[in-house]
Design a protein around this ligand. Structure first.
Ligand SMILES: Nc1ncnc2c1ncn2[C@@H]1O[C@H](COP(=O)(O)OP(=O)(O)OP(=O)(O)O)[C@@H](O)[C@H]1O
Length: 761
């Protein structure tokens, strides 16, 4: 304002030099103060304390004030409604000042006003700036001569003074009001949160200025380009609408913010729920996998149980069939026994009557037959397991309950195991006691049964001792032959044939062959006939017991033995003695078979001298090879027993020469007795347990009901089979006592005999 005022030639300020709406209020107040100072210093003193002379004329000052007020109040307030100067207390001071200044400005700018100013004291009534104020409505004190007669100079002078005082008072009041506002603003600035409040005030001020500028611009545009004053929207309505719009915008922004906050919160919640969902899905998958695994395992277990039940059912069916057969056999036996008893009674009556009549008694062979042991065997079961303990130092690791149905309890590796057997012989049991239990089975061959007695056990446990025994205390074989011959009687008419082989290193050798033992070929018998054929095997007719003993001694001498670490006279081979007993021609034709098998002992390789074999000792290497072969054949025997026990359709008899030759002795309808020899020595405990396990498995084998072997009606003396035709040529050599048996003429031409289930060894 000072710069503008310093250039008197400049005239009224152009719109370009106007103050900007965003000019700070303190500067405006400075200008206003300066103007007020100009008005007060009519005597030409400097205003506003700046020390400069007031060079601004009253007209210029009023114009600037009008501009200032126009900016501060807006056009509508400055010129829309002229203030009522008659009620200055009710109207805002700024408006009152504005109204009067504008009216004065309009009068001054008019030609009459200029003329009056030039004349100094001549006052002309100024026109109403709005042209609507009548003389009655207008303030009489402001323009005294308006619409009336010209006023007197004194009156004009008073009116001017009054007007001047009024304007100055109102300016003073305005100044005070602005000062109060400044104080309030300062207070706000110094108060708590002043910074925020100041920022807020500045922000609001700027906003207000911007809004006013926008409003002014809009108004100008409407004035220039709008339809005209008649259609112009009143500015307060614009401002009001703008404020409403701003409020609505703020409200909408608030809602938008709330919605965004809510969306963010929901997004966070969604993230948490997604994490929880993933965890639950993982747990669900784990649960599904566990359940599936468990179900699969249970299904497998159930499949296993089902298979076990099926096998058990098949076994029960088989057992049921066997039982039916047994019952049927028992009924037949009872019937046979009854008829036999009837025959015996009638024979006894006949004999009695003949004795009374003085005639010769009947032949002994016509008397009661020795079939009772066979029937007893049928009732007992066709496979039995007996156990005999070798004498030695008693051990707490092997405890026994001897006698029928006895048990052996072992304590091996901290585990106790109890084995149930048909009979347990204590270490001090005699040969006589052992044979007494076997005698019924031995004698049953006289009734046409096939009986097999074999000893099994670890090497050195007494198998050969039990089977053969020393001359002063004979074992099972000599006693069996003696018992048989005693049973047959002195005038026997049974045909007794003997053969004896050994299996040494899987080679079958004839122990009764006239020359050196040769390896014999073993072949499968003709299809449908079963059994095997042993080419070149000699069979010897045995006329009496003495010859039989000589032949047994001969065969025993021919058997391979050797001294081992475990046994000084260890049998290195399996020995099989086969006795065929054909019934006398006058009795019902039947042929019994007795197999006496002395198995080689199972042994651990290291005990048999494996260390020596490693050192290169040929004998030790031979013993090691023998031991390996023996163990392999015994293993094959275990496989055969397992297959028989499980009723498998295929029984691996061909796995070894031993099982091939034992096939007839272990076929259906045969009777078998296993004599298990065990040791009580602690160092033998492992093999003792193995032997007992094997015996336990054998005890579970079912060979079916024992059957008698009937000889064919048109059979020859050597037709030992009753079920299948024989092959080969019979031989009936009779070795002279004290001399080695001479081979039969046909023995070299592939003589082979075949029992109902295989070769009569
Ligand atoms: N009950 C017994 N009474 C007396 N001596 C016995 C008895 N059992 C075995 N012996 C003795 O034990 C030793 C070995 O016996 P034996 O030769 O019969 O054993 P093994 O089982 O046949 O051995 P391997 O399998 O090696 O032929 C022999 O000297 C034998 O006299």
């Amino acid at each position: 304002a000072a710069a503008d005022a310093g250039d008197p030639a400049q005239g009224p300020p152009s719109p370009r030099s106007r103050r900007r709406p965003d000019q700070p209020a303190p500067e405006l107040w400075t200008e206003l103060t300066r103007l007020a100072g100009c008005s007060e210093s009519e005597d030409g003193q400097a205003g506003g304390g700046l020390g400069r002379p007031a060079e601004v004329s009253l007209e210029e000052a009023l114009v600037r004030l009008a501009e200032f007020l126009s900016v501060q109040l807006g056009p509508e307030e400055s010129c829309g409604n002229p203030p009522d100067l008659g009620q200055p207390a009710d109207a805002p001071p700024l408006l009152a000042v504005t109204s009067q200044v504008l009216a004065l400005l309009a009068w001054i700018q008019s030609p009459r006003g200029r003329q009056a100013l030039l004349q100094g004291t001549q006052l002309v009534q100024p026109p109403s700036p709005y042209g609507c104020r009548s003389g009655e409505e207008g303030p009489s004190h402001f323009v005294p001569g308006l619409g009336q007669q010209p006023l007197q100079p004194e009156e004009d002078q008073r009116a001017w003074e009054r007007l001047e005082q009024l304007i100055l008072g109102q300016l003073e009041e305005l100044k005070l009001q602005v000062e109060r506002q400044e104080e309030e603003l300062s207070r706000l600035r110094l108060g708590p949160g002043a910074t925020d409040s100041e920022k807020r005030v500045q922000h609001l001020t700027l906003e207000n200025e911007a809004l006013k500028q926008s409003l002014s611009l809009m108004r100008d545009l409407l004035l220039h380009w709008g339809p005209g004053p008649a259609t112009r929207t009143p500015q307060p309505t614009w401002l009001h609408s703008l404020q409403e719009g701003a409020e609505a915008l703020v409200e909408l922004q608030g809602r938008l913010q709330e919605a965004q906050d809510t969306t963010e919160a929901l997004r966070v919640q969604l993230g948490v729920q997604e994490v929880q969902l993933q965890g639950l899905q993982g747990a669900l998958q784990q649960l599904q996998q566990d359940t599936e695994h468990t179900c699969r395992q249970e299904l497998q277990q159930m499949h296993g149980q089902l298979a076990g039940l099926r096998a058990r059912m098949a076994s029960l069916r088989q057992g049921c069939g066997d039982l039916r057969g047994l019952v049927s056999t028992f009924a037949q036996s009872c019937q046979g026994s009854l008829s036999e008893a009837q025959g015996q009674v009638s024979w006894a009556l006949e004999a009695l009557s003949a004795a009374e009549a003085g005639t010769q008694p009947l032949d002994r062979q016509q008397g009661p037959s020795a079939e009772c042991p066979g029937r007893l065997l049928e009732l007992r079961g066709n496979i039995r397991v007996l156990c005999r303990l070798r004498p030695g130092i008693p051990s707490s690791l092997v405890r026994t309950e001897p006698g029928p149905g006895g048990t052996v309890t072992t304590c091996y590796r901290g585990r106790q195991r109890r084995f149930c057997l048909d009979w347990v012989f204590p270490p001090d049991a005699s040969q006589e006691e052992v044979f007494r239990e076997l005698e019924p089975a031995v004698l049953s061959c006289l009734g046409g049964y096939s009986v097999c007695i074999f000893t099994y056990g670890q090497t050195g446990t007494g198998k050969t001792y039990s089977m053969e025994g020393p001359p002063e205390d004979p074992g099972i074989a000599p006693r069996a032959l003696q018992s048989l011959f005693r049973e047959m009687g002195a005038g026997r008419q049974h045909g007794v044939t003997l053969s004896m082989v050994e299996i040494y290193n899987e080679a079958v050798r004839d122990l009764l062959a006239p020359g050196p033992p040769e390896r014999l070929a073993v072949r499968q018998g003709p299809a449908g006939q079963g059994g095997v054929q042993v080419s070149g095997l000699t069979h010897w007719d045995v006329p009496n017991l003495e010859t039989l003993h000589q032949m047994l001694s001969l065969g025993r001498r021919n058997r391979a033995t050797a001294a081992t670490a475990m046994n000084r006279h260890s049998s290195r081979s399996h020995a099989l003695v086969t006795l065929h007993v054909a019934s006398p021609p006058r009795a019902p034709g039947s042929t019994g078979t007795l197999h006496l098998v002395d198995l080689a002992g199972s042994e651990r390789a290291w005990k048999a001298g494996v260390a020596g074999a490693q050192r290169g000792d040929p004998d030790s290497a031979q013993r090691l090879r023998e031991a390996q072969t023996i163990n392999r054949s015994l293993l094959a025997l275990g496989g055969v027993m397992a297959a028989l026990r499980a009723h498998r359709p295929h029984v691996p008899f061909r796995d070894s020469q031993l099982t091939r030759l034992l096939q007839p002795a272990l076929g259906p309808g045969t009777t078998a007795v296993l004599l298990l020899q065990i040791s009580t020595r602690p160092e033998d405990l492992g093999e003792t347990v193995c032997s007992l396990k094997f015996a336990e498995r054998v005890g579970q084998v079912q060979l079916g009901p024992a059957r008698r072997r009937r000889a064919p009606r048109s059979g020859t003396p050597s037709s030992l089979s009753t079920d299948t035709p024989l092959t080969g040529t019979p031989c009936t050599p009779t070795p002279s006592p004290g001399s080695p048996p001479s081979p039969s003429p046909d023995s070299g031409s592939g003589v082979a005999f075949e029992s109902p289930q295989g070769p009569p060894l």
